[in-house]
Design a protein around this ligand. Structure first.
Ligand code: SF4
Length: 431
């Protein structure tokens, strides 16, 4: 069903509605029709006594069968439905080959700029003073532009986590902004306002800040520092070769541990750098329905696990992030299959940690997902406005997921630290 069809139907059955009431009903009809693949006439049959209140009640009960009776009404988020086909993601497979590479003058002679020239000889190279606005007007065209720059301010910071969520003491260095994958739930599609790939050429400066810094360690034996907040830690590593410097740096600092977080299998640099006990290479894992259907251009689960085995053989420890877990019919069986595949494949004693987090997103991100992936199924679940202003499954559904996955993971990988990510402290205490 299109937005227009939903609007036409509501105008036909309830012609005298004001703008806000119409907006809510249109969204509900659209979301139910999309989820169930049924016509509007089946969702909201015409009847003599139909008015706004009775229509909204019927539609909320259908859209939120788990929460309709229990959730306060202000937790259902029903914004205007605005879908612009021009914003749809381009899912045509293509290699990463930027059309234009901007290099800031101060790093024109850097190793990274030289490697970019070697890897992308057909690209147009332009020098910039760092003040010129670069990038495309559309997020979907961000891969057309690469900006190699010198980071001046944002070197090290505690993970911002989510306001009021239980903190795991993570620390971040932001080695890049932008990603070549297209995960339907990725927050960058709403957050990244410079539509290009940004890579800093001054990694040494980032590393130089580490020795003088103080770090939180949360519930872990040593502070953890990671690089995958605004990009995938390894997706561009064949170009950046950051791993070649990061691994030797941390090898000399065993009181810290560094985490590469990835969905890629771009592990050549890590293998060359040689293993390191306090470097953990982590893969985001999921049910194959999500890896294959919602994480576009990423390697599937088996390839990720094969790459994990290779890095473990080289001497790295491993981490895994079940994040985001998505609830749908059959989720338990699918996630159990993923855990089983991990159990059958991985060297258990090298798995350092496994986190679990259910799908959550800001209100703005919901709109971005609807626009970029109108056929998505990840939004079909019941998301409510939550304690931190984000949208989440209700406590009972999240608790059901954690009650299933955490014991299973702890039984399967008894030596790994299994924990919840960005969760309500009360729920964290229960597990
Ligand atoms: S791999 Fe991470 S950064 Fe890249 S698109 Fe997916 S969620 Fe976003």
């Amino acid at each position: 069903m299109t937005v227009q069809e939903a609007e036409n139907y509501i105008s036909q059955v309830l012609p005298a509605l004001g703008v806000n009431k119409r907006r809510e009903l249109v969204r509900l009809v659209y979301e139910i029709a999309k989820r169930d693949g049924v016509a509007a006439t089946e969702i909201l049959p015409v009847s003599k006594n139909l008015n706004f209140e009775s229509a909204k009640k019927q539609l909320l009960a259908k859209r939120y069968p788990v929460n309709f009776k229990t959730a306060p009404k202000d937790r259902f988020y029903l914004p205007k439905l605005e879908i612009d086909p021009a914003q749809q993601a381009d899912l045509t497979p293509r290699p990463f080959y930027p059309k234009t590479v901007y290099v800031e003058t101060s790093v024109a002679d850097s190793e990274l700029a030289a490697r970019a020239r070697e890897m992308f000889p057909q690209a147009r190279f332009l020098e910039t003073d760092g003040k010129t606005q670069v990038g495309s007007p559309h997020f979907s065209h961000r891969l057309d532009t690469l900006l190699i720059h010198r980071e001046k301010y944002d070197f090290l910071k505690p993970c911002p986590c989510s306001c009021s969520a239980a903190c795991c003491g993570y620390n971040l260095i932001n080695l890049g902004f932008g990603c070549r994958f297209e995960c339907e739930y990725c927050f960058l599609q709403q957050y990244q306002n410079l539509h290009a790939i940004l890579l800093p050429a001054n990694l040494d400066e980032f590393l130089s800040k580490i020795d003088g810094a103080s770090f939180r360690k949360g519930p872990f034996d040593r502070p953890r520092i990671g690089s995958g907040e605004f990009t995938d830690s390894l997706v561009f590593d064949d170009l950046t070769r950051y791993s070649q410097k990061i691994v030797p740096f941390f090898r000399k600092r065993p009181h810290l541990q560094f985490e590469f977080k990835t969905k890629s299998v771009n592990i050549g640099g890590l293998l060359e750098a040689g293993g390191c006990e306090n470097v953990v290479v982590s893969w985001s894992v999921n049910s194959s329905r999500i890896t294959d259907g919602a994480e576009h251009f990423t390697p599937g689960l088996s390839r990720r696990l094969a790459a994990a085995c290779e890095t473990a053989k080289a001497g790295y420890r491993l981490g895994f992030h079940f994040d985001p877990v998505v609830i749908y019919d059959g989720w338990r069986e699918d996630y159990a299959r993923t855990v089983q595949e991990m159990a059958d494949t991985l060297p258990h004693e090298q798995v350092a940690w496994i986190s679990v987090g259910t799908l959550r997103f800001s209100r703005e991100l919901k709109k971005a997902i609807e626009n970029r992936f109108p056929q998505n199924t990840i939004l079909d679940g019941e998301f409510l406005l939550d304690f931190d202003g984000k949208m989440r499954y209700c406590d009972a559904q999240r608790t059901e997921v954690y009650g299933f996955l955490l014991p299973l993971l702890r039984r399967t990988f008894p030596r790994a630290h299994v924990y919840l990510c960005m969760e309500d402290p009360q729920i964290v205490r229960a597990f």
